[in-house]
Design a protein around this ligand. Structure first.
Ligand SMILES: [Zn+2]
Length: 497
């Protein structure tokens, strides 16, 4: 069930803000609901007027979180007894493809809704208020996953904006079912409006030949342009040296976009490239060429790194001598793409609870945290950028908002005109060691400071060690998600009359 929400909030008083020079300063945020933005916008952010007795430890207010790439229909297969025979036996990519196809043959709408709601509940509780959600369309599932996705999109619309991807995980230009798969995708794209299904997605690397993969790309670009859709490719998901033939498919994607004149200035529809692990082996010339082709041709291309899946699956081949070792991994270096080449790049959870990614959670903050380790991104500025990659930058990359300016703005500060989707992080002692009873039993001579719970004062501290979901309060479209901490009109919220 979607969460219960309060009436619309008018002001949120006495909060700290991410990205402030004085992290201890407190602010009042006013929300408005004009007729052209009924979902609410931030209309003012002013220094706290102290008229209300706000929480003793002011919460940290940040832009809400976003999944730029998550599979709604494949979530939590491992947590469903129907599929217990399909738990991984070898853990290989081939096994994941075949066991998931087997699971898909058993997908029914009630089961899709149940697992989808698990994913939505986990995501919204973590602070996610918008997502690009993939649902597969092919001869096995036909339109069942898509119909379940549409039902979930409608049911959860007050808590989370679900941007659906009509997704061809299977081949559409090769194998016995290619033609049938392709016509099912075409039917879906033509049957539903861009408001219902906003994105077309395909997987060129599953095609049986490089020619079929290229046709997959050309067909998808044409169909997306013709029908006004964003486009999303799972691309170059291997670790072959980029100079080896066939060359990375990213070059073909860019050349087709250029040929078809898909430009940032002529459309607000965007193209996302996911995985792209092979690019992690690029040398400087490869990166320079990539950035130049995208910038010179004004291509609205973003990259989404999916490191939880890549760490698990995108490994170099095992050593031939059978030695036990951790094979080198590859994942696209997201902060470097942004900082060095001014490319648009974000981070996505991709899969939870299935054979493609059996580990990890739906919490984008865990992903930002993982990024610190993977990219050796240890500075405060790095942490803020990683937060932006699962928040405002992710929202812009999937086309739900304008990108922030200047480009170097990591995107952790709430701003006037932003949508009314906010996450508030409270200092709550979840260790059970710093409650009131401890201070009551304080013995004489014990210093005051010894009983203070550790608090997270900055965005960097939140990314380095994400707080539990129970300490997060989520504002969706200006309305506060009930449950967890919110007990009434406390915590500095004032509601509209
Ligand atoms: Zn994916």
């Amino acid at each position: 069930m979607p969460p219960k929400l309060t009436p619309p909030v008018q002001t949120i008083q006495g909060v700290r803000l991410g990205g402030q020079t004085d992290p201890e300063s407190t602010w009042d945020i006013t929300l408005e609901y004009p007729s052209n933005s009924p979902k609410g916008v931030i209309s003012s952010i002013k220094p706290n007027d102290n008229t209300n007795d706000t929480a003793s430890s002011p919460p940290l207010a940040l832009p809400s979180l976003v999944h730029p790439h998550i599979h709604l229909d494949k979530a939590y297969i491992h947590n469903t007894p129907t599929y217990s025979a399909l738990l991984p036996k070898t853990g290989t990519f081939q096994e994941a493809l075949s066991s998931t196809t087997e699971a898909k043959a058993q997908f029914r709408k009630p089961d899709l809704i149940k697992r989808g709601e698990w994913l939505l509940a986990e995501s919204v509780a973590a602070g996610v208020t918008a997502m690009r959600a993939f649902v597969e369309v092919d001869h096995t599932v036909q339109h069942t996953c898509l119909e379940a996705g549409l039902a979930l999109k409608e049911k959860w619309k007050d808590a989370c904006e679900i941007q659906l991807v009509c997704f061809a995980q299977d081949p559409i230009f090769s194998t016995d079912f290619g033609e049938q798969n392709r016509s099912l995708v075409e039917d879906a794209i033509r049957q539903y409006s861009p408001g219902q299904v906003g994105v077309l997605g395909t997987t060129p690397y599953v095609e049986a030949s490089i020619e079929a993969a290229k046709r997959n790309i050309e067909w998808a670009v044409e169909l997306a342009m013709e029908t006004g859709r964003h486009l999303d490719f799972h691309l170059d998901y291997n670790l072959s040296p980029p100079e080896e033939q066939p060359e990375p498919l990213v070059w073909h994607v860019l050349s087709i976009l250029r040929e078809k004149r898909w430009k940032s200035r002529s459309t607000n529809k965007r193209v996302m490239l996911g995985h792209c692990t092979r690019l992690s082996l690029f040398k400087r010339e490869g990166w320079t060429r990539l950035a130049k082709e995208i910038h010179d041709n004004d291509l609205p291309v973003s990259f989404v790194g999916l490191p939880t899946s890549d760490l698990y699956m995108a490994a170099a081949p095992s050593p031939s001598d059978g030695a036990i070792k951790i094979n080198p991994r590859g994942t696209v270096p997201i902060p470097g793409l942004i900082n060095k080449y001014a490319l648009d790049a974000v981070l996505g959870v991709n899969n939870v609870g299935n054979a493609f990614t059996p580990w990890g959670s739906a919490d984008p903050l865990s992903l930002a945290c993982l990024g610190v380790g993977i990219y050796q991104a240890g500075t405060v500025a790095d942490a803020e950028l990683l937060y932006g990659c699962v928040s405002t930058r992710a929202r812009a990359a999937i086309g739900l908002s304008e990108p922030r300016t200047p480009w170097s703005d990591p995107g952790v500060r709430l701003r006037c005109g932003d949508c009314a989707d906010i996450i508030l992080l409270y200092d709550v002692d979840d260790t059970g060691c710093f409650g009131q009873s401890n201070s009551e039993s304080k013995s004489e001579g014990e210093s005051e400071g010894q009983s203070e719970a550790r608090s997270r004062r900055s965005v960097a501290e939140v990314v380095w060690d994400p707080p539990s979901k129970a300490t997060r309060t989520i504002v969706c479209r200006g309305r506060v998600k009930k449950g967890a901490l919110l007990t009434g009109s406390d915590w500095g919220f004032r509601f509209a009359e």
